[in-house]
Design a protein around this ligand. Structure first.
Ligand SMILES: Nc1ncnc2c1ncn2[C@@H]1O[C@H](COP(=O)(O)OP(=O)(O)O)[C@@H](O)[C@H]1O
Ligand SMILES: Cc1ncc(COP(=O)(O)O)c(N)n1
Length: 270
């Protein structure tokens, strides 16, 4: 049996619900060998981000080189990248090692509050990373910033934003609808430059959604690593994240994490 390998380039969440920790748990659950490049360490729990300790560019490049020269991931995702210097260095190494199947989760602000991407880094993300990516997965506030729009609140806004982001050079755009109004289904919109696809589930009534975006993009990355084409990878990942939210964990005193074993509970694997 082949063993597929996926890499996450992201920040560490000490609370274990988002970032590197969510990504590695997701890779493991989906039978993909997981590797990591840590861009920043956050002191974080379900109540929020207490502190951010970014890694040096030298550290990020050294981690990335070590992984790329030896282990050769079939797919790569980025999460919290924090600064334009880190973004530029990551983009250079992705080019250098010709890393394929790149999924960008343009993480900006944690659900519990806390800035995970500096304001002046958004331009660098668009200029250096987007043109190398297979997919970008912004939530509504992130889509608004990247598309440079005043608001992204409805499906019509999502379509407009997807088109604008597509024209920045990325191959596919998936705008996540977790932040749509609470009477709407959890509708995500996938755009490939010609067609809009709706990827939808019922909305689950829970406040415990810490790490949903990280887990979803990690699941897409794992499915791409296994050789699935993009549309299929997104649909499989949507099932994974929906199960993870349905069985999310009411731990801590704030926004609890998703349950990466949720899909096993639904499939009665225990
Ligand atoms: N309450 C919910 N019920 C079902 N799916 C949800 C819910 N909240 C978010 N999702 C889904 O979780 C995924 C992550 O979306 P979102 O929460 O918008 O990302 P982020 O964590 O980046 O803000 C998307 O597929 C979204 O539709
Ligand atoms: C290190 C790190 N990366 C990403 C997120 C975003 O996750 P969420 O928006 O669910 O808080 C986070 N909180 N921490």
């Amino acid at each position: 049996m082949s063993l597929f390998k996926a890499l996450t380039i992201a920040g560490s969440d000490s609370g274990g619900g988002a970032g590197i920790q969510a990504d590695l748990k997701t890779f493991q659950e989906l039978d993909v060998y997981g590797m990591s490049v840590i861009t920043a360490i956050t002191a974080q729990n379900t109540l929020g981000v207490h502190a951010v300790y970014p890694q040096t560019v030298e550290s990020v490049v050294a981690q990335l080189k070590a992984v790329a020269e030896d282990l050769k991931p079939e797919a790569v995702k980025t999460g919290m990248l924090f600064s334009k210097e880190i973004i530029q260095a990551v983009a250079e190494q992705i080019e250098n090692y010709q890393l394929k199947n790149l999924v960008i989760d343009p993480v900006m602000i944690a659900k519990g509050g806390g800035q995970l991407l500096k304001d002046d880094a958004i331009d660098a993300l668009c200029e250096y990373l987007l043109p190398k990516a297979t997919l970008i997965t912004p939530n509504l506030p992130e889509a608004m910033r990247i598309a440079d729009m005043k608001k992204v609140e409805t499906i019509t806004d999502m379509k407009k934003a997807a088109k604008r982001i597509y024209h920045l050079g990325v191959k596919h755009v998936l705008i996540k609808g977790g932040h749509l109004s609470s009477d709407q289904k959890a509708i995500d919109l996938l755009y490939d430059g010609s067609t809009y696809y709706s990827v939808s589930s019922d909305r689950i009534d829970t406040k415990h959604t810490h790490g949903t975006g990280c887990t979803y993009s990690a699941a897409i990355t794992a499915e791409l690593a296994k050789g699935n084409e993009l549309y299929k990878a997104v649909n499989k990942a949507k099932h994974f994240i929906t199960c993870a939210i349905r069985h999310s964990l009411a731990i801590g005193n704030g926004i609890g994490p998703t349950n990466h074993r949720g899909h096993r509970i639904e499939n009665k694997e225990g």
